[in-house]
Write a protein that binds this ligand. Structure first.
Ligand code: GLU
Length: 416
């Protein structure tokens, strides 16, 4: 992979910009450029046909100066150690920007869950915990769902961890089903948190969102809930959505319930009755008010950034925009709400889930929404103000906010 598109090289380059502005001491910068620890695991799994398939996985604990490391586990055929490192770094900045007492981590397994049975996925999930469980713990490292991992997978993992320990430790994994110590509101938290930041951005920019157009690239957990809740909470009109097979567009608006039902039935949003099929590339370039990149890394690059016409790009995905694209979008006046700010709602409600597990006392949905809103709104304004003060784009501003917080924790501990 070229450095230009290697997510970890990108994460390090983003940090370097902040380090320069903050005139970070070399040791502080060097500590923040690398993960503290990483574990590579090899996982034999009995497949349904009786053969054994060997999978490879990772867990990267990036920085725990502000608290136990936190971050999801991805199941993806294109997973690499460098994507996991980048995602672990971004988790460190994410927990810092919303100011929750956690560090950053990420896990991944190279696999294609779309081609695996439920039994195979369960055995793979348990095998991962048998290896990685030794470095997890309430006070050490707490995983959660990410791309292609679900509450059911978290349940199997929590159960395997309980088997190893000999007792339940619900708080060691978040994003669990409600019946197993999950939190109200965790399912749609990433999208909901992102929408709170869009609401604040629109206020700051003087944009009316009611009836304004929106497009969603990626229709997984974050993207599909952005469609449902963006219409419900902000009154946005979604004119285009897409998934890995392609997109659909209708300028009169797309009904989220109907699109979801169609995807459940056919496996994709494409060929939705009454809408025109478009490509993912075309979707990104539509003239809409809000664009939600909600899938994977590197979709906005120097190749297409100049053609992006959205007023706001709300990054529900991790790492969708390359540094060159960032510069182009900034010059063209596209207001980017950067990933680790925009999608921090997921980990924020994960943190609420950990708190509830520790108390063994559970909050109602309104309490979760209210507290999530407070966290996201405060984080948005911290970044927005930093961007004005230093005259930098929002991503650099978000780094400035987070890096200062993590560097302070490392200093107080006497590491640097
Ligand atoms: N995987 C989500 C993220 O990238 C959530 C992480 C968590 O809840 O720990 O933010």
């Amino acid at each position: 992979m070229s450095d230009e598109l290697n997510p970890f090289a990108i994460a390090q380059a983003q940090l370097a910009q902040a380090a320069e502005i903050l005139e970070l001491e070399p040791a502080v910068h060097e500590m923040l450029r690398w993960p503290l620890r990483e574990l590579h695991v090899t996982l034999p799994v009995r497949m349904d046909d009786g053969t054994v398939k060997v999978f490879h996985g990772y867990r990267v604990q990036y920085n725990d100066s502000r608290g136990p490391t936190k971050g999801g586990i991805r199941f993806h055929p294109d997973e690499t150690i460098d994507t996991v490192r980048a995602l672990a770094a971004w988790m460190t900045w994410k927990t810092a920007v919303v100011d929750i007492p956690l560090g950053g981590a990420k896990g991944g397994i190279i696999c294609n869950p779309k081609e695996m049975s439920a039994g195979e996925l369960e055995r793979l999930s348990r095998a991962y915990i048998r290896q990685v469980g030794r470095i997890l713990g309430l006070e050490k490292d707490v995983p959660a769902p990410d791309v292609y991992t679900t509450p059911q997978i978290m349940a199997w993992m929590a159960d395997e961890y309980a088997v190893i320990k000999g007792h339940n430790e619900f708080g060691v994994i978040t994003g669990k089903p409600l019946e197993l110590g999950g939190s109200q509101g965790r399912g749609d938290a990433t999208a909901r948190g992102g929408l709170y930041t869009v609401r604040e951005a629109a206020k700051a920019l003087g944009i009316e969102l009611k009836g304004a157009t929106a497009a969603v690239q990626g229709y997984g957990n974050a993207g599909s809930f952005a469609h449902i809740l963006g219409q419900e909470i902000l009154g946005l009109k979604f004119v285009a959505v897409s998934d890995s097979r392609g997109g659909i567009c209708n300028w009169d608006g797309l009904d989220p319930e109907k699109v979801l039902a169609h995807k459940r039935e056919t496996g994709s949003v494409i060929n939705f009755p009454g809408a025109e099929n478009i490509t993912n590339e075309e979707l990104l370039e539509l003239e809409v008010t809000v664009l939600f990149p909600s899938a994977l890394e590197n979709v906005l690059t120097n190749q297409n950034a100049g053609r992006i016409k959205a007023k706001i790009s709300a990054e529900l995905a991790n790492g969708p925009t390359t540094p060159e694209a960032d510069r182009i979008l900034y010059d063209n006046g596209v207001y980017v709400i950067p990933d680790f700010l925009c999608n921090a709602g997921g980990v924020t409600v994960s943190y609420f889930e950990m708190c509830q597990n520790a108390y063994n006392y559970y909050w109602d949905l309104d309490t979760v929404h209210e507290r999530l809103d407070i966290k996201m709104t405060a984080a948005f304004h911290a970044v927005h103000e930093m961007a004005q003060e230093y005259k930098v784009n929002n991503r650099v501003a978000a780094y400035l906010v987070s890096v200062v917080r993590v560097a302070k924790a490392m200093k107080l501990r006497g590491w640097v």
